[in-house]
Design a protein around this ligand. Structure first.
Ligand code: ADP
Ligand code: MG
Length: 239
């Protein structure tokens, strides 16, 4: 079930007619309407748009944290909409890293334990786990914070722990939902640079932001409105 990289249909992410409807009492909220989207491996995409336009719903579906009510999602050429929850968890663990606005760290675990968690869940041996955590702490400038709990870290440090955790399994796709939303501007720019450095090494990066300056850093920008993609623009290549 592998994609043919030579074929034009081999987008890394491919949504066809994706629908997501939330039922609230008597009313239906159409969070995504007949969405079509293709994103190639290694792209850097900013997703923008007003609150309630469906940005988080889109990211959750791409991250296999939520399922569409209709349509198809192919990831790396494989239909992932029809997988069981367990198979989806497997794909998520190996291929996708998710970074949230509010960090989503486990409060009672240290920075090092939070970073190592995905490897523990994936059954990676303790010795290799320890080595990779040590390297990640170093890479993200957190060596002197290894034993600190999240509430003993600054916002920027927490997000660095979260990025280290999201990337410890070497995912091909990083999804970040307003990763700078709880950070001051300069810390936010630092965090975005860390994500961009991963993209520079070939990881596909999709960032939701409502900050136009951050959005402008991405080569491709999607503007969402009312559950649909209103604009899909590519920045001119600077040679
Ligand atoms: P954004 O991230 O762009 O602010 P969301 O994707 O969170 O937008 O939400 C899109 C729409 O779907 C909104 O109208 C929101 O209220 C609704 N929605 C999102 N998640 C749920 C949910 N779990 N239950 C009900 N409605 C939801
Ligand atoms: Mg949102």
């Amino acid at each position: 079930m592998s994609a043919d990289p030579g074929s034009p249909s081999a987008a890394q992410v491919e949504l066809d007619g994706v629908e997501r409807v939330f039922h609230l009492g008597d009313s239906d909220v159409h969070a995504l309407r007949d969405l079509h989207l293709r994103i190639g491996a290694g792209e850097y995409v900013a997703v923008m748009g007003p609150s309630g336009s469906g940005k988080s719903t889109l990211l959750n579906i791409l991250g296999l944290l939520d399922r569409p009510n209709g349509g198809r999602y192919r990831l790396e050429g494989r239909d992932v909409t029809t997988l069981s929850l367990e198979e989806q968890a497997q794909v998520r663990s190996r291929r996708i890293g998710f970074v949230f606005q509010s960090f989503h760290l486990v409060p009672r675990l240290t920075a090092a334990e939070n970073i190592g968690l995905p490897m523990m869940l994936a059954g990676i041996a303790p010795r290799e786990r320890a080595e990779r955590v040590a390297r990640a702490l170093k890479d993200y400038g957190l060596e002197d914070r290894a034993r600190h709990k999240p509430d003993e870290l600054s916002g920027g440090q927490r997000q660095r722990v979260a990025i280290a955790r999201a990337t410890i399994m070497a995912p091909a796709l990083i999804l970040a939902d307003e990763p700078t939303g709880n950070l001051d501007r300069s810390t936010g720019v630092e965090v975005v640079r860390l994500l961009e450095a991963l993209n520079a090494r070939g990881v596909t990066l999709i960032v939701v932001t409502h900050d136009p300056q951050l959005g402008a850093r991405a080569r491709r920008r999607l503007l969402m409105e009312d559950g649909a993609i209103k604009h899909d623009t590519m920045a001119a290549e600077t040679v």
